[in-house]
Design a protein around this ligand. Structure first.
Ligand code: RRO
Length: 311
């Protein structure tokens, strides 16, 4: 079984990587991902400068997934840009992904300009879907703002660019968003970010699980797998073939990775399960994916990618 994954003009040893926000805040964590069995990595979404983020507790692991309201804590763009620039000159380092998430459209554009003017040769991911900054709605739920953002972004950015999207829930939304995205030379979309503003309630203590925003936070893990698969598949049915898809959400096993690829994902990211298990999760998931493929007599990802059958 060959797990190698082609993505635009790049090849990775396998399709697995971290989801941004998990195990990617510090150079130590990023180095641990590079040393793991993951095919590549993405950095924590950066703002222009260091941000402390929301008050703790702001992440809770739950029986069926996770809830978070981190609030975009990060070391600032120069920290992550310095990291990927240093790594991209080293042998055996795969093409890397750099995530940016400004608090405003202007901050996004300023960061994209900075990345554009750098020597970074990987993929830049514009996060339009952070659900956790108090008072700041998710950009990609505002279709007009999304179009304006992409118009401006592609005027000044000339490197491979992807967008991180929130989950959509109505087929009419997929039609509208895909029509917007198809106007631009996007390298990829990444779907889904966490399912925003869930509320976990502990009945024994009669309390919420996290402190920010009165307990409202983004859901990940098993709670979101069918929503993630729906978003991957709905976009694969609607987007130009030139736009690749990273499937993110609810991956616990190799079978879940297989399902994402079957739905149309080119690469697959792992968030909640990586937070639970640490980077060793990638050795297990690649082995389990190989086992599922061998059992089905599939030799390459292309043997089943986007081959989901209807009834
Ligand atoms: O930092 C966060 O609170 C966060 C971000 Br930027 C995001 O995109 N998705 C998420 O679940 N949390």
């Amino acid at each position: 079984v060959n797990l190698s994954a082609t993505f635009q003009n790049h090849t990775f040893a396998n399709p697995l990587m971290n989801a941004s926000g998990v195990h990617c805040y510090t150079t130590t964590q990023l180095d641990e991902l590079l040393a793991s069995s993951a095919g590549t990595l993405v950095t924590k979404s950066a703002t222009m400068a260091y941000r402390q983020g929301n008050p703790k507790p702001r992440y809770r692991s739950l029986a069926l997934g996770s809830i978070n309201s981190m609030g975009l804590p990060n070391e600032g763009l120069p920290y992550y840009l310095d990291y990927v620039l240093a790594k991209q000159t080293q042998a055996d380092v795969p093409t890397l992904f750099l995530s940016v998430a400004g608090i405003s459209m202007q901050e996004d554009l300023d960061m994209l300009a900075q990345v554009d003017q750098s020597d970074f040769n990987g993929f830049t991911e514009l996060n339009l879907s952070c659900p956790n900054v108090p008072g700041k709605p998710q950009v990609a739920y505002d279709f007009e703002a999304t179009e304006k953002m992409l118009d401006s972004a592609f005027k000044l950015f000339h490197k491979p660019l992807g967008v991180k999207l929130p989950p959509y829930f109505d087929l009419a939304q997929f039609d509208i968003v895909a029509k917007i995205l198809n106007q631009y030379p996007l390298a990829y979309i990444n779907t889904i970010n966490s399912v925003g503003n869930g509320l976990y309630i502990d009945v024994d203590s009669e309390t919420v699980a996290i402190k920010p925003k009165g307990g409202f936070g983004g859901l990940g893990g098993a709670y979101v797998l069918p929503t993630a698969l729906a978003n991957v598949h709905a976009f694969r049915q609607r987007l130009n073939d030139s736009i690749a898809i990273i499937g993110t959400g609810g991956v616990q096993t190799g079978a879940d990775v297989f399902a994402h690829i079957l739905a149309g994902a080119d690469l697959v990211q792992v968030g909640t399960q990586l937070a639970k298990d640490g980077p060793d999760v990638f050795a297990r998931l690649t082995q389990e994916l190989s086992d599922v493929m061998a059992q089905k007599d599939y030799h390459n990802l292309s043997d089943f990618k986007n081959n989901l059958k209807e009834l």
